[in-house]
Ligand binder design. Structure first.
Ligand SMILES: *Cc1c(COP(=O)(O)O)cnc(C)c1O
Length: 368
């Protein structure tokens, strides 16, 4: 049997950038400004330039990015936020945490992103925001979503935790709506070595609100003008990302190449449906996820060959116990179907063609 594959090979990435990362970490240890050190502003400037947004505010995690954005727009108890149930829990969770209500709109089965054509019918006089998720690294129909938001005076928050580096009609994910929120969790397209995240916005007042909320609502030291959180990103994590940024464009290229290669290798394999890719945007493959008829059997066949897999996600949020009482169990049939069929394969910018062939061969042989 061949070697065990990594699901996300972070060690290969570290080996490729060890000198630069170690040096950046050492510099922080030498200056000792672990909280809000100079690397924080340096990273924010570089990330803002990278996505083309006016403002970048780094925060403690992707979850915190969503929370702080919702606080900055003034989301109140009783308000409604339209989002997808086919996502990581954090998306809807932060809405509930502020006493507001997530209103779930079903996905398109072929991209697994929110179906923009179903949004408008869910808007009520309590709706304040739309929160699309750029799932698996491909943006949702942001132009259509923004147009709806403008018609109804709503805020749009892109949950771009899986899509940092992706492009939509020539613009970067995170720079497509009122707010773009991303995560630097280690396995995300741009990952640090712990928790981290960022908020992007073009609005000066909202950016200022986010900066204040990040440090307990302080508009000046020990002047608390609003309620905030302890939501800063560590200097060390910022330093690690600064080292990784130098290679990020190359890594995005690798992600697209490796994703296309999986697509080609798996085209026409019985029982396998690869993700649909829209022609006006790209996908950075936050996860390489496909839909398979017989998921359990295939998972086992891959496991036997030392190939790990994951399921993003096994149950849509509207069927999770904590949300089930407040929604209709069968209201989002595509999300229910996707949860049954999706399977994520090993993926990183360092995955070799040989290993991909091994994965593809095992899938083809298993009669998925
Ligand atoms: C990872 C993720 C988050 C949360 O990010 P953290 O940094 O882990 O808090 C939110 N939404 C989606 C879609 C994610 O994939």
């Amino acid at each position: 049997m061949s070697d065990k594959l990594e699901f996300v090979d972070l060690k290969a990435q570290y080996r490729a950038m060890k000198a630069q990362i170690d040096e950046r970490i050492q510099r922080v240890l030498d200056h000792g400004q672990y909280i809000m050190g100079p690397e924080v502003a340096e990273l924010e400037d570089k990330l803002a330039a990278f996505v083309g947004a006016r403002h970048c505010i780094t925060v403690a995690s992707g979850t915190e990015a969503l929370l702080i954005s919702l606080m900055a727009m003034g989301l109140k108890p009783g308000d409604e936020v339209i989002t997808t149930p086919f996502t990581f829990a954090a998306t809807a969770e932060m809405v509930v945490l502020l006493g507001a209500k997530p209103v779930f709109v079903d996905i398109e089965l072929d991209t697994c992103n929110i179906d923009a054509s179903l949004i408008e019918e869910k808007i009520t006089d309590r709706t304040r925001a739309i929160m699309p998720v750029s799932l698996y690294g491909q943006c949702a129909d942001m132009d259509e979503i923004n147009a709806i938001a403008i018609r109804h005076g709503l805020t749009v928050i892109e949950d771009a935790a899986q899509s940092f580096g992706a492009s939509y009609k020539g613009r970067r994910s995170c720079n497509l709506s009122t707010f773009g929120c991303t995560s630097f969790f280690p396995s995300k397209p741009l990952g640090c070595y712990g928790d981290g995240g960022a908020i992007f916005t073009g609005d000066d007042a909202l950016a200022q609100a986010c900066r204040e909320i990040r440090i307990h609502g302080q508009s000046a030291r020990y002047t608390h003008t609003r309620i905030g959180v302890g939501g800063r990103m560590d200097t060390l994590q910022c330093a690690i990302l600064l080292a990784k940024l130098d290679r990020f464009e190359w890594e995005i290229g690798q992600r697209k190449t490796i994703g296309s290669r999986y697509h080609t290798m798996l085209a026409g394999v019985e029982g396998v449906r690869t993700l649909a890719l829209r022609p006006d945007r790209d996908c950075v493959w936050g996860q390489y996820t496909l839909q398979v008829e017989h998921r359990d059997a295939l998972t086992e066949a891959l496991q036997l060959q030392g190939i790990p897999t994951a399921v993003h996600y096994p149950k849509p949020l509207h069927l999770q116990p904590v949300y089930a009482t407040s929604s209709f169990p069968n209201a989002c049939p595509n999300s229910v179907a996707a949860a049954q069929y999706v399977l994520s394969l090993p993926f990183s910018p360092y995955l070799t063609e040989l290993d991909q062939q091994r994965v593809a061969r095992t899938i083809a042989a298993s009669g998925a």
